[in-house]
Ligand binder design. Structure first.
Ligand code: ADP
Ligand code: ADP
Ligand code: MG
Length: 456
């Protein structure tokens, strides 16, 4: 008798909910895992089964590889979906999963070890003729070597953790004087956040756009690119708003970046969903910065414009099926924008806000999508990422999408804790945003009070 497919979701929050929905639509059983702080979380209620894997701190639960694996084995799962963050890009974990004969819904441990490491990814991109940001050849071993490299490429430079993610483990350095302390600080931060203190250096690109390409491949040699996402709206190197298509890309540049990403993905025989991230400078030069070997937070905007369910495709290809489409079948339809709704107080330096959500009213209507794990009465635990919800809109044009987002934000009510809904609403009215003229430094320059006054 063939084994029944059953997936353990090694994550929490909205992405766990997202994966459970996709699995259910495919008729596949699901198992949720949760920490003691997440007993009442939505993913626990929606999965067919749920199993507690440890206490509130991530390292004791969602990052505890043995707990996650034991949960999968004891519930008879034949696959694990890692979501994003946590263990999703941990090649040691994926290797353990492979050894247990459990299907990892993502690329192989070998691929992750090779391309998930940011310094090594730069090397692979370079070998394949994909432009990278000028910087160090691999890891910088010590301060002296770092100083030499920084001098050679010229300040300002960025010191970056090779295992970094989520905008952490990155420092900008403007002079020799700043270098030593920044190097030591970043190295310590990298060690404590990612368990790996290796650093590399890149030239700091002034006012760039962050443009990334969605890739998906199957085990039959098909690899497709699903166009770009513009994620230039960032706070502290972390994305806050994403849109597709990018308002700054010409058709030619779109083709060029897409082709570069596809070439790199083919060179490493990439399987499952992944994203190639690039920076584009003011002259239209583009540079590869990293690959995320997992589903990304902002994947729904690509789903909106292509009509493809990326998580279902991830599951299908992991079970050995062919991609359900070819490159020639995909095209861009309309425009999509995502706002990340975070539990944070934008008026008070974005300090995280936790506690009970006393009331919620979700926006809706044609072209409005809500991906979230919150509900009235839900208690936001203080231990994890502050993202509460993703609000995604899809409309025929960018202008209509912006208008739709404004209305959706206006009608989105979350009571009991602070959120960035008002902040997002102000950005949707900013003249530069409306023109599509913004770079990764936009939010650092954005003054909420001034913008609010301008609207009065
Ligand atoms: P995306 O690339 O999908 O936009 P983000 O950079 O916003 O993702 O990260 C999504 C989540 O994953 C955040 O909670 C972030 O802290 C976490 N994360 C991303 N990369 C890593 C990593 N290398 N190690 C630990 N957590 C990570
Ligand atoms: P993470 O792994 O945390 O996602 P990335 O390498 O993708 O880190 O960089 C995150 C963000 O930091 C980029 O989107 C960009 O805004 C900024 N950044 C990274 N490298 C550079 C660079 N060399 N010059 C300017 N900005 C950069
Ligand atoms: Mg990145």
């Amino acid at each position: 008798m063939p084994m029944k497919n059953k997936i353990l979701i090694a994550n929490r929050g909205e992405i766990a909910v997202r994966v459970i929905r996709a699995a259910k639509e495919l008729g596949i059983e699901t198992v949720a895992v949760y920490s003691t702080a997440d007993e009442t979380s939505l993913h626990v209620k929606l999965a067919d089964e749920a199993i507690c894997i440890g206490s509130e701190r991530s390292k004791d639960s969602y990052l505890n590889m043995n707990s996650v694996l034991s949960a999968a084995i004891s519930t008879g799962c034949n696959a694990i979906h890692p979501g994003y963050g946590f263990l999703s890009e941990n090649s040691d974990f994926v290797e353990m999963v492979e050894r247990c004969n459990i299907t990892f819904i993502g690329p192989s441990s070998k691929t992750i070890a090779m391309i998930g490491d940011k310094a090594s990814a730069r090397e692979i991109a370079k070998q394949n003729g994909v432009p990278i940001v000028e910087g160090s050849d691999g890891i910088i071993e010590n301060v002296q070597e770092g100083l030499k490299t920084a001098k050679k490429i010229g300040y300002p430079v960025m010191i970056k953790a090779s295992s970094g993610g989520g905008g952490r483990g990155i420092a900008i350095v403007r002079s020799d004087e700043e270098f030593t302390s920044a190097f030591e600080r970043t190295s310590m931060e990298a060690e404590s956040s990612f368990g790996d203190k290796s650093l590399y250096i890149e030239k700091f690109i002034e006012s760039p756009r962050h443009i990334e390409i969605q890739i998906i491949g199957d085990t039959h040699g098909n690899i497709v690119q699903l166009f770009e996402r513009d994620c230039s709206m960032q706070r502290r190197n972390q994305k806050m708003i994403e849109e597709t298509p990018s308002p700054i890309l010409s058709d030619l540049l779109r083709k060029k970046i897409g082709a570069a990403a596809l070439k790199l993905a083919k060179a490493i025989n990439y399987v499952n969903a992944g994203t190639m991230e690039f920076l584009v400078d003011s002259k239209g030069n583009f540079y590869f910065i990293e690959m995320n070997t997992r589903i990304q937070v902002e994947h729904p905007i690509t789903e909106a414009i292509t009509g493809i369910d990326l998580v279902k495709e991830q599951i299908r290809v992991a079970y050995g099926k062919e991609l359900s489409f070819k490159q020639r079948d995909v095209a861009i339809h309309g425009h999509a924008i995502e706002c990340r709704i975070n539990a944070e107080n934008a008026m008070q330096g974005f300090i995280p806000s936790a506690g009970k959500i006393t009331n919620v009213v979700f926006p809706g209507g044609i072209g409005v999508r809500m991906d979230t794990h919150i509900y009235p009465g839900y208690i936001v635990p203080p231990f994890y990422d502050s993202m509460l919800a993703k609000l995604i809109v899809h409309a025929p044009t960018r202008r209509e999408a912006i208008k739709k987002m404004r209305v959706a934000l206006e009608q989105f009510v979350i009571e009991g804790i602070s959120t960035n809904i008002d902040y997002q609403y102000l950005i949707m009215h900013n003249p530069d945003f409306i023109k599509g003229q913004y770079d990764t430094g936009f939010i650092a320059r954005f003054n909420m009070l001034v913008e609010a006054k301008n609207r009065e």
